[in-house]
Design a protein around this ligand. Structure first.
Ligand code: C5P
Length: 285
């Protein structure tokens, strides 16, 4: 609980995590399985306004459009949806919700509030049926990670091709790796410690995706509320603190960055696990 109070204030470091999670972090740092080298510069004292300007200048929502190698040689241009994600008629979205699948959302009664937004983003296989009171029932977008999409990290492309052929009218995209690694750079630049050299979590990607599309973004149970629990997902009886605090993903650092960006009230953070962020189009630099 002391940790939770410090997280709400943005005043934690990885040294306060359980030894098991600290060891996992060190192992991922050592393994550096993606061969990441950070060439930027760290500047951790940025104000909220400066952070927002940095995001506005550097975050560019991009999806694979099939025009780059190796995809161009494979005829992907005709395979990907004709309109890029950034040009779907989503541009006019005013207020959006990002709903994390955390166990802490159980018994929140946030469903009605979540459904009142113009668009709702959910993750992976997170269900709404049976959980409407706590998570709502509206789903506009989903981020599916490549581990979930018919198994591993590595063969993402074959199932993508099959899915596109089967459901040609569903706007289904692969996020461009440059978008994802650009977010990683921004997290590292604004963090004192060395962060895990692995992609940001889908939660963080989803937040920045919605900040790119919406006027205002309300994020639920990313920064945990008083309901914080080791239960990983609301729809599953599986317990692991790493789901909320990170091991593979630089999740703790993502959350510290999001805490610095929050314009919502402390009451909403503590009781709803809610963070409110301006859309990037609302940021004037
Ligand atoms: O577990 P899954 O990848 O489906 O969750 C989606 C995102 O929600 C994660 O990438 C993470 O950012 C966030 N999450 C969280 N706390 C949890 C579970 C998920 O912050 N307990």
């Amino acid at each position: 609980r002391a940790f939770l109070h410090r997280l709400w204030k943005g005043n934690v470091s990885s040294r306060m995590l359980a030894p098991r999670l600290q060891k996992a972090m060190r192992d991922y740092l050592r393994a550096n399985k993606h061969g990441v080298r950070f060439r930027g510069r760290r500047a951790v004292a940025r104000s909220r306004a400066e952070l927002l300007c940095q995001l506005r200048a550097r975050v560019q929502l991009r999806t694979l459009d099939g025009t780059e190698l190796p995809f161009s040689a494979l005829g992907w241009r005709r395979l990907v949806p004709r309109a890029p994600l950034s040009q779907l008629p989503l541009q006019s979205l005013r207020s959006c919700a990002v709903v994390m699948s955390a166990g802490a959302i159980l018994n929140s009664s946030l469903g009605e509030e979540i459904d009142s937004h113009d668009a709702v983003l959910r993750f992976n296989s997170a269900p709404t049926r049976g959980y409407e009171r706590d998570v709502g029932s509206k789903t506009t977008l989903r981020i599916i990670n490549s581990q979930w999409y018919k198994k591993p990290d590595y063969n993402l492309f074959t199932p993508y091709v099959q899915h596109r052929q089967r459901y040609p009218n569903q706007p289904f995209y692969i996020l461009h790796p440059k978008f994802i690694w650009q977010l990683w750079d921004i997290i590292q630049e604004n963090t004192k410690e060395k962060i895990q050299p692995n992609p940001p979590s889908s939660g963080f990607i989803g937040i920045l995706l919605m900040m790119s599309l919406c006027g205002e973004v309300h994020v639920y149970e990313y920064l945990p509320s008083v309901r914080q629990t080791e239960r990983c997902h609301y729809h599953e009886l599986y317990y692991d603190a790493a789901c909320t605090l990170g091991a593979y993903h630089p999740l703790l650092y993502e959350k510290l960055l999001v805490q610095r960006l929050n314009t919502g009230t402390p009451g909403d953070l503590h009781h709803k696990g809610k963070v409110v962020l301006p859309g990037l189009r609302m940021v004037h630099c």
